[in-house]
Ligand binder design. Structure first.
Ligand code: GLC
Length: 548
């Protein structure tokens, strides 16, 4: 049986600056987060993924780093960070951090030196062109906010490449010194005690950019090299990559020519995410069935990270235009809810109209499908969004802890907060907060605690196989199963509002003593599995077998 920790993890993603402010300056910090570790522990979180923690001019929420070897002074100092790692470790919680090495901030001393003179030791750390590259109007990640991918730097008199905003110059991966520096950055944080990295923008990190070639070659072998390096420094390090690429490309990110995983351990399952959104919008699971069947088999040790929402917009770019229009119509009908022509800048709770049954259904699906679940802070209490904020900041508002001023996030004056706390209405901190939900056994938070506890008793989810069970079902119902040496679970999810009955008697021979371990309500015992009721938006987790 596999004992890879990441296959059994429950990952919780948070931004330090909006989580908890301990010193009243209006910005969250490490001490604030430390004070909330018991909360995360009770929720059942086993790994925290921190959005960028480094010094930054903060023009892209920290994804524009100006020093890879330090922490943002607003969060505390390196001592506070080391203490956070220790305190999390005491509770059995691992910490992974964002590794943003596709680019730096244009304020990073490396870039400042590089543009200064051709003799700068850092000149060749970035990607330059003497003439205006013909593809400079192609490949923008933020259409509408970003006009080009190459910009002329007046000081250098050269064009520099930036896959993202123009204040994020790309590092030159062709330069061996840059590769060594990336490894050194990983070593530094591993030495401090992080458990791994969420690697930002991996397909772009390995891009060997050639001016004028919008389809530059990619050096995937760098990922093998980096994997070897981090694993040598700390054997159970995990690399979790953001790589939203075509399905045919995916397996290359896990390993070179088959065999065990030798590059990235875990990839965010963007393909499943998009299909989940489509399935929820249509109230029909077909897209999920396709995703389960189409996705390539992963090498041993390769794992998906499943998510419904993250800190960015819901990215619908891999749907057809018609499918995208359907999801927009259902979940983001106003232009103000949409972003970059491809995404939705809302939290799941508002997208599902705050319908508790629908929310439970969605998270029950996410957590029971293949891979390791990733939960974004605040989603466990059904936080909403603030569309008055620019772009993706709509979903980056402070955590709502209590009825205290600023939702208990900070004692600063509201005008000094890093971002306003959502107040008033159905999603304001007055109605949606941790303290209220903690006391209420019926709350969404209590449900999450129960669900995660149950998940931990089902090691076949995450470590085992996940397959669609192809039996006749009422429209809207999905049946899938998870198997490994420890046992078998079967899951029934009803994505639509009409109740249904499912006949799973064909699975009877795999069942020893079938029983519901989690469900949206009390159902009759599964018995012979031939008449399983499932309510509208209902779900049942049924244990078929347990091997001792
Ligand atoms: C990734 C991050 C996003 C950031 C971008 C540039 O896509 O998820 O938030 O803006 O990289 O670093």
């Amino acid at each position: 049986m596999s004992d890879r920790w990441y296959e059994k993890a429950v990952i919780y993603c948070l931004d330090v600056d909006t989580f908890a402010d301990s010193n009243g300056d209006g910005c969250g910090d490490f001490r604030g987060l430390m004070g909330r570790l018991d909360y995360l522990s009770r929720l059942g979180v086993t790994c925290i993924w921190l959005n960028p923690i480094h010094p930054t001019p903060n023009r892209d929420d920290g994804y524009d780093v100006s020093d890879f070897y330090n922490v943002d002074p607003r969060f505390g100092n390196l001592g506070d960070f080391a203490e956070l790692l220790h305190q999390a470790g005491n509770r059995g919680i691992k910490v992974i951090i964002d590794l943003v090495v596709n680019h730096t901030s244009d304020q990073h001393p490396w870039f400042q030196s590089a543009r200064e003179s051709p003799d700068s030791p850092y000149r060749d750390w970035f990607v330059w062109s003497e003439t205006a590259p013909s593809d400079r109007h192609q490949g923008m990640v933020f259409p509408g906010e970003q006009a080009t991918t190459w910009t002329k730097d007046r000081k250098a008199g050269l064009w520099y490449y930036h896959r993202f905003y123009k204040f994020q110059p790309d590092l030159n991966i062709n330069n061996p010194e840059v590769r060594e520096e990336i490894k050194k950055i990983c070593s530094f944080w591993l030495q401090l005690g992080v458990a791994g990295f969420r690697m930002d923008a991996v397909p772009f990190i390995i891009e060997q950019t050639e001016p004028g070639n919008p389809d530059s070659p990619k050096d995937l072998d760098f990922l093998s090299d980096l994997r070897q390096h981090v694993q040598w420094r700390k054997g159970d390090t995990v690399l979790l990559a953001e790589a939203n690429v075509e399905p045919a490309e995916l397996t290359k990110f896990f390993s070179d020519a088959g065999g065990s995983s030798s590059r990235i351990h875990m990839l965010f399952d963007f393909m499943l995410n998009t299909r989940l959104m489509l399935a929820l919008a249509r109230e029909n699971p077909e897209g999920i069935v396709d995703a389960l069947q189409d996705t390539p088999k992963l090498p041993d040790g390769g794992q998906w990270a499943t998510f419904l929402r993250n800190h960015d917009e819901v990215d619908l770019s891999r749907l057809t235009a018609d499918q995208r229009a359907e999801v927009f119509a259902k979940f983001g009908p106003d232009e103000n809810m949409q972003l970059y022509g491809r995404g939705i800048r809302r939290r799941l709770a508002t997208m599902l109209g705050g319908d508790r049954r629908h929310l439970e259904l969605a998270y029950s699906l996410q957590f029971s499908l293949r891979g390791t679940p990733v939960l974004r802070y605040g989603d466990e209490i059904g936080m909403g969004d603030d569309l008055a904020q620019d772009g993706r900041n709509a979903i980056r508002t402070p955590m709502q802890w209590s009825l205290l001023p600023n939702g208990g996030f900070s004692t600063a004056k509201p005008k000094d907060l890093v971002r306003p706390v959502i107040s008033g209405g159905d999603y304001g901190f007055e109605k949606v907060n941790v303290t209220l939900q903690r006391h209420d056994p019926q709350s969404l938070l209590s449900w999450f605690e129960r669900m995660i506890r149950t998940l931990k008793e089902c090691p076949e989810v995450g470590s085992g196989t996940c397959k669609h069970v192809d039996v006749p079902v009422p429209e809207g119902v999905l049946v899938h199963r998870a198997d490994d040496a420890t046992g078998t679970m079967v899951f029934v999810h009803n994505l639509c509002n009409n109740p249904g009955v499912v006949d799973l008697s064909s699975l009877a021979e795999d069942a020893e003593f079938p029983n519901d371990v989690l469900a949206d309500q009390e159902y009759a015992e599964p018995g012979a599995l031939d008449k399983l009721d499932v309510a509208g938006y209902g779900y049942r987790w049924i244990r078929l077998r347990r091997q001792l």
